[in-house]
Structure formats: C-alpha cells, structure tokens
Design a protein around this ligand. Sequence first.
Ligand code: FDP
Length: 312
Amino acid sequence: MMSEPGKTKFQIDLRRHLRAQGICDNLIHLICEIAEAGKYVINAVRTGDLGVAGTSNLYGEEQLALDVLSDRIIKKRLIHSGVVCNMCSEEMDDIYHVSDASEGLYSVAYDPLDGSSLVDVNLAVGTIVSIYQGCDLMQEGRNQVAALYILYGPRVSLVYSVGKGVHEFTMNHLMEYTLTRENIRMQPSGNIYSPGGQRNKYTEGVERFVRYLEEKGSKLRYSGGFVPDINQILMKGKGLFMYPALNGSPDGKLRLLYELNPMAYLIEQAGGAASTGSGRILDLKPGTLDQRAPIFIGCTEDVAKAVDYVNK
Ligand code: FDP
C-alpha cells in the first residue's frame, strides 16, 4: 500500500487502511465511529448559527454553542460504540464512565472543536482525539495506542496514527474518507514558525529564540487554530509550533490530555519532536484532566534549538 505522498493509485478508504495496520477490530471500530462523528460536526460547523447573530435561530429556538454541540455529537457516538470504557473532553468537568468491562475496551480524551472562536471568522478548526487501551486516562502520552485529528478547512481531512506512521485521509463528495498521503515524514529542520501567545509576555529565552528565527529568515505562519497550524507543519514536513510559558502563565495555554499528547504522538510518529522546554511532552504524567503545559513541537532540530534557547 506504500505510495508517494499525495499519489495513490486506487481509492483506499479509512476502514480498509485501518484493517491493514494489524490492530484489533475494536480499535478500528472506534476510529471509524469518531470519523463518522466528524461528518456531523462539519455539518454543524457549516450550517450552525454564528455567534455574531446571537444565540437563537430563525425560529427563536436556543442554539447550542458549536463546541458544546460537537461535544454532544462525539460523546453520543462514543457511548454507543460499545468499545469505550472512559472518556473525557475539554467540555467536560469529569471523566465520563461508560462501561465497567475493561476487556477489549479503550478510553478516549478529546477536544471536540478546537479553536471554536475561529468559526465566527470562517477560519479552520478541528477535532483532536487521543486513545488509550483500557480504562486509565491519566497516563503518560507515550502510552497512547492511537491519536488523530479531523481538520475542518476548505476540505475536511483526517490524520491518524496507530503507532505505524502518520496517514492523511480527505473527505470526498460522498463524505467518504479516502487516503491522500501515507507515511508522512518531517524533515530534520524547517523555515516556518507558528508562535502562540502574546510576545510581550514571552520569557527572555523564548524572545531570543524568536529573534533567532527571524534573523535566519523563518516565515511566520500562525492561524490561531492549533489543528490547522499543526497540519501545515506536518503536511509541509517542516517547521515548528510553540505555545510557550508566558509571564503570568507558566504552563502556557494548551491542555496536555486534549491537545498536546495527541499532537505530540502524531508529530513523533512522523519523525518530529515535542518538548515542554525541559522534557518530552509524551513523558508527562498528568495530574489533573485540565493540566496545561508549554509546548515546542515540530522538526527535531528546531525543537532542540528552542530547548537550547529556553534553557540558556
Ligand atoms: P482557541 O482559544 O481559539 O480555542 O486551544 C485553544 C486555541 O484556540 C488553539 O487552537 C490555538 O492554538 C490557541 O488557542 C491560540 O491561542 P492564542 O490566541 O493565545 O495565540
């Protein structure tokens, strides 16, 4: 099934590709259910009222915020999948327990609609998903058995890994996910940077790192959406995204369980790296569901350089 990135001879759908990965049927089913949920999320994104028009629709009915609606869509799908033990999402306060039988089950942490404020200005948003075997969600990210995101942009794409490389699928006009890039790889270094957070709150080390990037001629590419920003780096195979510690926010902004772990897993699977500035993201043991951490993620050499500057 190996092919050049962007060149596939036959249409290969997501289920068929998953079957070729040698993973168990329950995990295939789970990933396909999440992919199905994505179809309803993109429908909500495309047809839902925008925040600018208030919270009620044409008929005066209350509208759910899109992130809340997306959470319900995915949660319902996971509950009925029959293969989920525990789940948690950025929209939930606690772990939602689905089943007591842990045999053959998985637990899922997800961000249903990351960057949801960008929908109002018609920019790309996404769903991010992290999957563990069994019932424990408070594990180091290195124990993930799968991670994926769905990007709702001009096209809808799904990027996943089950620990055997990173693969991209694009939704066609029949709403099927078909393989568009297989075994995506990151270069050792790149010339794109995507810096989150206000610059006047950067620490000295991060400020010096940004000046280094500017001086070497790196291009600024920041949309303000974690999923499209990471997707650009992954698909171009080069660059670095960061959301560093800020003065007043020592843990940055992004959340370990819902955002950092799944993206770190995908980028590492593509040959890149992800660090807090003092250690590997995937080695962090979460203390709370909403734990945040600073992140430098992308090409290995660029991440190493960032770590150098942060610690100088
Ligand atoms: P948002 O607040 O719009 O939901 O996780 C949240 C997130 O967006 C990420 O998608 C994005 O990378 C980051 O926050 C952007 O934060 P800043 O506006 O502080 O740069």
